[in-house]
Design a protein around this ligand. Sequence first.
Ligand SMILES: *Cc1c(COP(=O)(O)O)cnc(C)c1O
Length: 222
Amino acid sequence: MTITENIHRIKADLGENISLVAVSKTKPSSDIQNAYDGGQRIFGENKAQEMASKADELPSDIEWHMIGHMQSNKVKYIAPFVSLIHSVDKLSLLKEINKRAKQNERIIKVLLQMHIAKEDTKFGLDEVELENLLVSNTFESFQNIKIVGLMGMATFTDDESRVRNEFAYLKAVFDRLKKGRFGENNSFTVLSMGMSGDYKIAIEEGSNMIRVGSMIFGARNY
Ligand SMILES: *Cc1c(COP(=O)(O)O)cnc(C)c1O
């Protein structure tokens, strides 16, 4: 199967309103160009400098999504062009994104990452931390970021019901914020959940943005 065939096969599973982020981390630009030639426009990377150098050599209408945990000092590399940062879980990071967005005279869209898995290796906010972040005064002053939704990663397990419950939980938090805290803000619309191994379950539980890497580009060698 070619990269484009893989993408088409996955897209056949997606409804109208679900977007596919093709996760190209560690893969060469030639693979991204292949996917691009087949019509794919959204790509996900997890390292700022890798994203920046790929963006430099690939078509400018690609939408680059940062999906990996970020250190504040790396935001500057992607601030001029990144279209969505999925993995924001700290006020200090939001502050830096806001600052760099302002320097670049743009508004950067972000998702808040929630910790939904049982593993403690995965980053993200719990519900209390999320609430605390949302009520903080500092947060209110950020003019150059727009929070457009939530992201989460389920536990890496064969236990389907556990994965399903974790996604359902994230969807419930998303719906609650959409009605409450973000009720006025109709740009709070993105629920990013689901990867190669679990995107079908994620969609059944209400995901509208999936992040798929190995099923498109093949296994990664780290
Ligand atoms: C690597 C990665 C993915 C894609 O994982 P696959 O299992 O290869 O589909 C999705 N989301 C995040 C946050 C990742 O780091």
